[in-house]
Each structure stands twice: as C-alpha cells, then as structure tokens.
Design a protein around this ligand. Structure first.
Ligand SMILES: Cc1cc2nc3c(=O)[nH]c(=O)nc-3n(C[C@H](O)[C@H](O)[C@H](O)COP(=O)(O)O)c2cc1C
Length: 362
C-alpha cells in the first residue's frame, strides 16, 4: 500500500472518506477516519444545523460549527491522517467556507457540485505560508471537465490541482451526469474508459508542473476487490462515502444508519434536486410524495447560490436536516448505488482494516 501525497500533506492510508452534507460527515466520522491514517472529510453544507440560533442565523452558526468541527476532528485524529473539508461550489457561501476551512487548519479542500474555477485564487488571497496551505482538489466526472478545470487554473493562476476526485455514476448525493447518461451507465456502459481518459488528460499538466497529480476514484466502491480494480487502472486512491454511514462513528442519527441497513438495491432512486443536478437517494415517503406534487417552500435557509424558492420542488436544507435527525420517511436520504449491500453497523477501524486489503490485492 502506497502512502498518498496530497500537495505537501501525506496520508498513510490512501482512502478518502467522502464528504457528506448536511451533518452526516462532521468531526466524529472524519476524526475517526483520520485516526486510522486515512483522510477524513467534513462537509460544510449546513454544518451548524443543530447549533442554537440556526433557525434565525444559518450563516453565523455554520461559521462557528465549521471551525469547531475541524478542531474537534483534529483532536480525535491525534496527529494521524488528514482532515479535510468538502465545499459545494453551488453553495451561496462557498467562497467563505473555503476561507474559514483553510484558516482553521483543514489539510485538504475538495470542491464539487460545480467546477471550482477560482479555488486557487481564494487560497492565494489568504496569504498563508506555503506549508500551511491546504491541498486543493476539484471533483470531476468526465475527462472533459478534468481538462477544462486544469486548463483554467493553469491559464488564470499558473497553478495545477494538488489532486482530483473522480466521481463515477454509482456515487451518492449529487451526480455530475444527466439522467440519460446515468441510464446508459446503469445498463451498458462501463466507467473505466472515462477514468483512463482522466488519467491521460492530467499528464500534460504533470509534465508542465513537474509534479504528480494523484487521482482518487469514487462511486460505488464497496469491496477490497473494487479497490484493487481501481488501483490496477492507475488511480492513486479511492474515496468512499456510503460504507462510512453505517459506522458507529458516523455523525448521522441511528435511524439514518438503520435506513441504510434496511435498504435494498430496488429502494434506490434518482431524484431531482434544487441544486440542478440529479441526485441518488433512498425511495421513501418523501420521494413518493414528490412524484405527485412539489412541496411548497415556506422558509429559505440561504444555502444555494442559484435557488428560487418559489420554483424548486422542495427545500433541500429542510429535507436533509429532517433525514440526518432521524425522520427517515419525510427527509431526503442520499446514498450510493451499492447501499443495498450494507447490512450491519461496523466501526471505522474495522472498515478501514477491511478496505486496506484492496491495496494488498492490487
Ligand atoms: C449521504 C451522502 C451525502 C453526500 N453529500 C455530499 C456533499 O455534500 N458534497 C459532495 O461533494 N459529495 C457528497 N456526497 C458524495 C460522496 O462524497 C462520495 O463521493 C460518493 O458518495 C462516493 O460513492 P459511494 O457513496 O458509493 O462510496 C454524498 C454522498 C452521500 C452518500
């Protein structure tokens, strides 16, 4: 098993636990993952949902909670592994979350749900000493997007990515594919070709900047064999999210974890989201009611840059908060395509030990 270098930071175990908003991956999960030598990721999306005063001032509560969870995760990690954050580009406060996370000592910043065109600039403007700057990475789903963001960062800022997260069609949460593409991937097409094309697309920039740009693949990775396959393709590590939900350390309620354990493959649906990308979630009363009629939004939680509460099918913040707190029938439960294979709650150390076998097989 090769250690994973992300910019100037090193993790002994090349596994990233994927960021999961709202409140599913915070300090308890991310800290436990890092304590095993891997990379624990805190999602910044409405991270302060359970702070006093959240209903009145989301932004202030999110700021406070973000700093608190980064510090707490680092304490739990005890100097091992890396602690990072996942910031969605689609968030209204994306830029501010990146700044707060960097200044609070996040080792890694991963941005998805849109291409983080100005991420190097946001970091540069903080004027942090080079060794304290977080490693930065975009999440992409195609070689086209990978090429585009690398060209943008090169042309505008003379910078390249510290690494990439490549999120495939089996991932949970928001997906960088159209519904038609998801159909094709589900029935006929293989994603390996796209991974290979991304590995090829980054080579020009590795040569130009004389450095390696690690590629971390995500989406539906479940077994040690899945990991071995990804590493044999040429990737440097994996990002896994759904499996970490069914752990004692995961920050979601027990009811949320139980919903994962009870889920079968046939319970998984592709749903519309106010973010404007399709999402993968568990089919429950909430989703079935949406099939009949949209849910009127009565309160705005100021989460998305582009959201018109009068036009969206539901309020995503409200739906995700309900779910994480345990109202699993009336909330939105994002999940990866392989959630049906999860059948018990485990612990983070046990899960990481199991996953590490994949690197030995490769
Ligand atoms: C419950 C849940 C919430 C997620 N939330 C986010 C998020 O806020 N931002 C993001 O970039 N990805 C999010 N994801 C995607 C994961 O970080 C990860 O890349 C993906 O789910 C990997 O596939 P897997 O779950 O099959 O392992 C979420 C996934 C799940 C299951």
């Amino acid at each position: 098993m090769k250690e994973l270098w992300l910019g100037s930071k090193c993790a002994e175990v090349p596994i990233i636990q994927g960021g999961m908003g709202v409140g599913v991956s915070r300090s308890s999960l991310a800290g436990a993952v890092a304590a095993q030598g891997a990379v624990g990721i805190i999602s910044t999306a409405q991270i302060g949902y359970d702070e006093a005063g959240f209903e009145q001032n989301q932004q202030e509560c999110n700021r406070k909670a973000l700093v608190k969870h980064i510090q707490r995760a680092k304490e739990i990690a005890g100097g091992k592994g890396l602690i990072g954050v996942n910031v969605m580009v689609a968030l209204k406060h994306y830029r501010e979350h990146v700044q707060i996370a960097a200044e609070a000592g996040a080792d890694v910043i991963i941005c998805g749900a849109g291409l983080p065109a100005d991420l190097p600039k946001i970091i540069e403007e903080l004027h942090m000493p080079a060794d304290q700057q977080p490693a930065i990475a975009p999440i992409v789903s195609s070689a086209k997007a990978a090429g585009l963001i690398l060209k943008m960062w090169d042309r505008h800022y003379g910078k390249t990515a510290d690494f990439f997260v490549v999120e495939g069609p089996k991932a949970g949460g928001h997906l960088g594919f159209s519904v038609d593409q998801l159909e094709q991937y589900a029935h006929q097409q293989d994603y390996d070709g796209e991974i290979l094309a991304i590995l090829e697309a980054k080579k020009t920039f590795e040569e130009k900047y004389s450095r390696k740009i690690p590629v971390i693949v995500a989406g539906g990775i479940f077994t040690a064999e899945d990991i071995a396959h990804i590493i044999q393709l040429g990737a440097d590590g994996v990002q896994i999210a759904s499996r970490f939900v069914a752990t004692e350390e995961c920050d979601a309620s027990l009811a949320y974890k139980q919903a994962y354990i009870d889920a079968k493959e046939s319970n998984v649906r592709i749903v519309k989201s106010p973010v404007g990308m399709p999402g993968r979630a568990l089919n429950n009363t909430f989703i079935q009611e949406l099939d009949v009629a949209p849910k009127r939004v009565t309160k705005c939680y100021n989460c998305l840059e582009k959201c018109n509460p009068a036009q969206v099918p539901y309020c995503i913040t409200e739906a995700l908060i309900r779910a994480v707190k345990g109202d699993v029938e009336h909330g939105l439960i994002f999940c990866g395509a392989n959630v049906g294979c999860i059948n018990q709650i485990t612990t983070v150390p046990t899960l990481i030990e199991e996953l590490k076998q994949g690197f030995m097989l490769a």
